[in-house]
Design a protein around this ligand. Sequence first.
Ligand code: HEC
Ligand code: HEC
Ligand code: HEC
Length: 487
Amino acid sequence: MPLSPGSPSPLRFLSLLTHCPRSARAGLVFAVGLMVGATGVLAQDANAELIAKGRYIATAGDCAACHTAPHGGQPFAGGYGIVSPLGTIFSTNITPSKTNGIGDYSEEEFARAVREGVAKDGTHLYPAMPYTAYAKTSDDDIKALYAYFMSEVTPVDTTPQKTELPFPFSIRASMAGWNLFFLDSTRFKPDASKSEQWNRGAYLAEGLAHCSSCHTPRNLLMAESSNKALSGGPLGSWYAPNITSDPVSGIGGWSEEELVAYMRTGHVAGKAQAAGPMAEAVENSLQHLTDDDLKAITVYVKSTEPVASAATTPRYGYGKPSDAEFALRGLPGQAAGEDGFHVFSGSCAACHQVNGQGNAFYPSLFNNTATGAPEPDNLVSTILFGLTRTVGDTHTFMPAFGPASSFTDRLSDKEVADVSNYVLTQFGNPDVMLTEADVARIREGGEKPLLAKLAPYAAPAAALMVLLILAAFAAAAFRRQPRQAST
Ligand code: HEC
Ligand code: HEC
Ligand code: HEC
């Protein structure tokens, strides 16, 4: 069959194949096969690269931490309850399941959910999903993230528990108004006056790694106070400390190596250990980042606007070994703080040593940000909830004394207050003192913000508003009538 010179190239190949000698034909088939194979391999390589990049971004964004249920939940299948002061918000299934996950999301819909907090069906997400930070993420990174979720994450067809916040927070549309005020949906814009390293660090810290979601205090409407960025804020039972560059109130006194080590391992001797939500960030996300990225984040954090509080000594600067334990031993009823000393002696000294100095396995209780901070929340929460952190093959563990367990007896609120006060006076910041009520508050998830405290009044207030509006209409109608009558 003769072919015109202008016919499309595949046909040209076919015509060549049918017209040339057999050996040449075989060679050609081989060459074409190679070409097709090579483009296939190239495409596959590009795709594998994109997916690998997406996997790294999912790690930097710590998607698994919130989207995987505790105690062996399927990866990304949702159901992790985020205890917010307004009620528990459950994460959704973000596996590519067509029925219960995000299998039907297009890349644009996925981008909208991650960066603008709007689900495929148009409903608004609560900012427990950190879209306010992810808004900074570049199109390229979103593309890779999408490729990773769609091609590598195993679809799981289960529906996690639904989020049911009390009225008025149950009205998701109200988040549209909130976004208007508090969502800066612009992508990260590099600062040309700063180094590439600084820009990379800012991109990660402000965006994917969402440090500010925890470390920036929130205003009355639960939005981050941007003028106090990274200056510390309560996080339920925990407290995410000031990590601005201030040398006393922040992390200005930490070396770059120490900050990198903290993010990589969650432990810097003579300074701090990561417990609670920070342990999770280290375990699931930060330990897996490249050295370059951790250094970049450090360079950025160390350059942030310093925010100073009233503190006069850095959190890690308090305390020294104390021999009070020896002095008190055997003299019950003789000294102030005796109750705390008993709890300390029975529950803590075996690991942290009688003089609080610790050893190669257990940290010292002086020069420790948990005992030197102006907020005692992390000290109390570590006692109540313990500490667990797996980095590489190393599992670091302190038992919880809040509930009774196979390791420990339950300590009452009073016992926790007593032992905390003992630790604070002997090893930490002696200006901080706790009451039983403080411990109860931390055990229950921390101080509730005003917005949550007002919630119970919202329903009656809303009903009252409706009545007032009706009354106003009625009054207007009432007033109209005489006028109508008079015309
Ligand atoms: C701090 C916790 C947290 C992190 C980290 C987090 N999410 Fe979420 N995400 C949530 C919660 C909670 C919801 C559900 C919010 C709601 O119901 O309003 C959600 C919802 C979503 C949705 C909407 C899904 C649907 O069912 O329509 C997508 C998509 C999503 N997240 C993707 C991601 C990706 C991708 C990452 C990582 C880059 C991520 N999330 C990290 C908490 C988190
Ligand atoms: C999920 C919440 C959360 C996220 C996200 C988070 N942090 Fe933290 N961070 C905390 C909490 C809580 C602590 C206190 C931990 C403790 O003392 O046991 C902490 C402690 C720290 C400390 C030690 C401060 C001290 O004085 O002990 C540093 C440094 C730090 N975070 C840096 C970062 C950086 C940088 C990022 C982002 C890359 C980040 N954190 C992301 C919650 C968080
Ligand atoms: C079985 C050993 C063990 C016992 C008992 C124990 N701890 Fe710990 N403690 C640890 C370990 C391990 C860590 C974490 C070390 C690390 O993160 O590198 C830790 C960490 C801490 C921290 C630092 C937490 C932070 O967020 O920085 C404080 C404070 C603390 N313990 C206080 C106590 C007190 C008070 C008691 C007694 C009520 C106690 N510990 C009992 C092993 C123990």
